[in-house]
Design a protein around this ligand. Sequence first.
Ligand code: MSP
Length: 470
Amino acid sequence: MNKNFYITTPIYYANAKPHIGHAYTTIAADVLARFHKLQGDKVFFLTGMDEHGMKIQKVAQTQGKDPQKFVDEIAGEFQNLWKKLDIKYDNFIRTTDKKHKAAIQKVLQMLKDEGAIYKGKYEGLYCVGCEQFKNENELVDGKCPDHDMASEIMQEECYLMKMTSIQDDLIKKIESNEFEIAPEKYKNEILSFLKTQVLKDISVSRKNLPWGIPLPFDKEHTTYVWIDALLNYLTGIGWDGDLKNIPDQWPVDVNLIGKDILRVHATIWPAILMHLGIKLPKMLFTHGHILSGGKKMSKTLGNVISIDEMLEKFGTDGTRYLLLASGSFGQDIDVTMERMVEKYNADLANGLGNLVSRVIKLAEKFNYEIKSGYDPIQWNKGFFESFWIDKALVRIWENIISKSNRYIDDNKPWELQKNNSEKFQEVMQKLISELYLISELLIPFMPETAEKIKKALETKKVEPLFQRIK
Ligand code: MSP
């Protein structure tokens, strides 16, 4: 029987066009999904859009657009980008989908009936950027450091979800890895937070915010956008909100997220599921942020790296490679356009591109067998189990690509061809086998390039894979 492998990205806010950070998470999820597919797993890869809430309502209003029309346009931009980046998802969930909305209403009714939700009042500082209430100690000069935005004081009647009742149980589930938070440092961060603070009950509804899903039991309120959004991980695989109909893919194997949304995913998300009696995700994997020149990207600093510009310069696979290979997955990575151009020239144009064109040219008049002595799945398996996506790439480049280029320089097959046919055959067969292995290993990371190398091996013809950039 094939194993299920269900992986998700966060659903992205439909308030603006996609950027490099969204691309980073989604490419990583795509690579993981593709590897598991190769391994024979029954893969489901979910991504999509988070389309309700105050932030989106405000932007649509400023632009004088109907919110639905506005989010439709943004969702289209995301889908376009995923196409350009060769992202092969199985579903693209949108929280304005009818079925999603109906399921959310069922869930809220269940939570209310069970007594997990009650009517009350909430007062606090709200950051519209995060769509979250903030504690004073999380703000710097009254502003949220993530959004450089003043928090608004909000006091309103709302419905609240009980958090304290699940706290001890949640700690146990995280400690035992029943609900695994990785990498370890994030698990420790969350555990120390949960052990030192009593979780406050959270507001699950908003009054006077029309752009949201109405509560089934009180039409004056709409659902708090995070409750609406987190449940996408269930509705995105077809859940209709009925506890009898939890889809087979559940529990999700990996909720892949950026560190900015770890706290919500490690508290509110499991709390909803625990109140409902639904199994928790097997793993929350948290990656770091992309920084530009050591700083958070911002228009004010003028250090924003555009994903469109990357695609134009480096192409699909070049962009996929550069984003993944520029730093450790799980930690912050710092990039600059200059360094990426250098890396593109060194690793892709000179390293891989050069190797492929040299070998194929030498192989023109030579009969060879297309095979490799290694099992590509086994080669990469350990790395993928540990989420060492970047390290897997480094290993391919150091252990095969660079080594093979050096092997050519040392053995000078163009001379052997003239004066030592036996040795020539041996050297060439080794190089062909290495190229074939490369093409197999690169499938999850750079699917188009992998295909081109395979084709070159079969037809003995090759176009330059990556042109040097000046
Ligand atoms: N809508 C919420 C998530 C709801 S999930 C139930 C949200 N959306 S977002 O549009 O702000 O996207 C956040 C995600 O984008 C991050 O968690 C991360 O995966 C990715 N990134 C955003 N900026 C990033 C970087 N600078 N670097 C890397 N990834 C980052 O939060």
